[in-house]
Design a protein around this ligand. Structure first.
Ligand code: ATP
Ligand code: MG
Length: 586
């Protein structure tokens, strides 16, 4: 370590929000160059290479072959897939000296498809699986938490090419299994959750998430079965349809000064119901009100926005991300005052579904608004609400869409038990792309009967740089990093603590012997105090620490386990075999 290019820091970097960012900077693993752009220093690069090694081994094990594409891609290729436009501001675009447009690849579906098209032509060539480990560029709106969400980052992306849907299923499963092995070997605690397709369109889609409080992704898991989904893809059990035969006819109520659902509920419970001809009114809560949120949508390629009203129970919020995930590739956002002004029939604050079909405004309800259920909702007039408005009797929505923000305690769609909400980091993604790219680029194979067969693809990604940070996030403790064995920059950190030459000499001898036996050693031969060396050993997080110090006089060295904190003295003569045993997990 006296010559290692490493400076550890005592203080946290000012911009660090999460532990992994703090510790990777303090431990000298990475250094920031610009927002979302980092350099990897020697120790960091060792961890990064370990992640890559495990990924390469598991990709090879499923017969995937490594290739390497350029990051710099001509515009035409992304124009052909529509992603030059679809990717929006997240794409880094640049111009060459001849004024031709280029981009820095955010993923490489197009190039993989074109490459295979150029080389293969017969059904006998398939199936095929290719991957690369390469730098990607995305101008993320919020680069965050160090290398966890970078604007330049390393990804393993692979693609499978099959002749049939069954073939794709097999390839998808092989990748899913490989990912399980990758994340287990690296020492992750992970969950596989259902996901919706992103900008790419397709069917089967699952994410590998590392649960951690600082994670950006919210996901839901069942408290009793193994159902798990991200909140964009989650489905919840819906209550049974209700019988509305006992519900009174709907009535319009005067409800001035009820700008919020709380004030509306209060006014309902004080209402002079007799005057409205209702003899035994129920007690109302926010859950009895139907909230109608005005949004706008725009189909891909369309110029104009269209209004969309979504109805949810008044005690629930609308989850825009969940909606967006289901409407994709149609865009959706909150409607503004201008959109509302174009439809005078919509009375802000008093919108009810009774009128929407007449106004020809598309209306979707969350499945919690079941057939036959009765609601208090807007009466489409200033200062008026309507009660006992029944779905199927007083209004009929154009359809259903899961719109409510999922809450702890919502019911599992599979088994009905309570769902729990947790946060996680997306480590990887397996995704059955289907024929979209093959059709766009004309990737076909000549079948046995001489007719062309369109190829079906899968796309699979692992965030390599993100994995380093996610692992740090999941495994660190209050003293520093705490690497699982496969990812660790070294197997053992050798810490001589005496000032005398003999101690250092003995440590060097041990290091030489360990290295000769294939052990990866980090030797702290710096002229620093034992306190500094111990603190750095804790910070750096090498799994085994071997201290050569005071005990040497009695022929003893101290073996420490970084994770458990366990320490014990071992005879010098057994030090090497004890380290070996620790490495092999004995
Ligand atoms: P996210 O939802 O986190 O933005 P994504 O769904 O856009 O990710 P994919 O296109 O599925 O990501 O990319 C595959 C993998 O690449 C992800 O699972 C993640 O591990 C990694 N990754 C994506 N974006 C970033 C980033 N900005 N920085 C680091 N790693 C990333
Ligand atoms: Mg993804």
């Amino acid at each position: 370590m006296s010559t290692l290019f490493l400076r550890t820091l005592r203080d946290d970097p000012a911009d660090a929000e999460v532990p992994s960012h703090r510790l990777l900077v303090r431990g000298g693993y990475v250094r920031r160059v610009a927002p979302g752009i980092y350099s990897w220093l020697p120790l960091g690069l060792l961890v990064l290479r370990n992640v890559e090694r495990v990924v390469r081994e598991e990709m090879a094990a499923i017969g995937s072959q490594e290739v390497l594409f350029p990051a710099l891609i001509p515009r035409e290729i992304f124009e052909a897939s529509g992603r030059w436009a679809d990717y929006g501001d997240s794409l880094f675009r640049l111009t060459d000296r001849k004024a031709s447009d280029y981009l820095l690849g955010p993923t490489h579906e197009e190039l993989f498809t074109l490459l295979v098209k150029g080389e293969y032509s017969s059904y006998k060539d398939y199936p095929l699986s290719l991957y690369q480990i390469q730098t990607k560029f995305r101008d993320e709106a919020r680069p965050r938490a160090g290398v966890l969400r970078g604007r330049e980052f390393i990804m393993k992306d692979s693609y499978s090419f099959d002749l049939s849907d069954e073939g794709l299923q097999t390839s998808y499963q092989a990748h899913r299994d490989a990912y399980e092995r990758i994340f287990s070997r690296l020492g992750f605690d992970y969950r596989i959750v259902f996901a919706v397709s992103g900008a790419m369109g397709g069917s089967a889609s699952e994410e590998f998430l590392a649960p951690t409080p600082s994670g950006e992704d919210t996901f839901v898991q069942c408290s009793s079965c193994d159902y798990a989904a991200n909140t964009e893809a989650v489905e919840i059990a819906t209550p049974a349809a209700q019988d509305p035969s006992g519900v009174p006819p709907s009535v319009v109520l005067d409800t001035p000064d009820t700008p919020t659902i709380a004030t509306l509920v209060e006014s309902l419970n004080r209402y002079d119901w007799a005057s409205a001809g209702v003899s035994e009114p129920p007690t109302f809560t926010a859950a009895d009100t139907l909230k109608n949120v005005v949004l706008r949508t725009r189909a891909p390629g369309a110029d104009d926005w269209e209004l969309l009203v979504v109805g949810v129970p008044g005690d629930r919020e609308v989850d825009m991300k969940r909606l967006a995930g289901q409407l994709e590739p149609v865009q959706v956002e909150q409607a503004g005052p201008d959109d509302l002004a174009r439809e005078p029939g919509l009375v802000k604050g008093y919108i009810g579904p009774q009128l929407l079909s007449e106004l020809k405004v598309r209306y979707l309800v969350d499945p919690l608004v079941v057939e036959g259920s009765a609601w208090v909702t807007g009466a489409n007039e200033e200062d008026k609400h309507a009660a006992f408005v029944v779905r199927g009797r007083d209004f009929t929505p154009d359809g259903e869409i899961g719109a409510v923000e999922i809450a702890d305690g919502d019911r599992c769609v599979r088994c009905g038990s309570a769902l729990r909400i947790a946060r996680g980091i997306e480590l990887g993604h397996v995704f059955a792309l289907g024929r979209k790219y093959a059709e766009t680029f004309g990737l076909t194979a000549l079948g046995p009967d001489g007719k062309p067969v369109s190829i079906t693809m899968g796309s699979y990604g692992v965030g390599i740089t993100r994995a380093v940070a996610a692992l740090a996030e999941q495994t660190h403790d209050s003293s520093g990093l705490c690497w699982p064995r496969e990812a660790a920059p070294a197997d053992v950190q050798l810490v001589p603590t005496g000032k005398d030459v003999a101690t250092l000499a003995e440590a060097e001898r041990l290091a030489t012997e360990l290295v000769a036996g294939g052990v990866r050693v980090l030797l702290d031969d710096r002229k620093a105090s034992p306190g500094v060396k111990f603190a750095d050993a804790e910070l750096l997080g090498v799994p085994t620490i071997l201290i050569v110090g005071r005990g040497l006089a009695e022929g003893l060295v101290e073996l420490r386990d970084r994770k458990s904190g366990e320490r014990r003295d071992v005879p010098l003569a057994e030090a090497v075999s004890e380290v070996r045993a620790a490495i092999n997990g004995r």
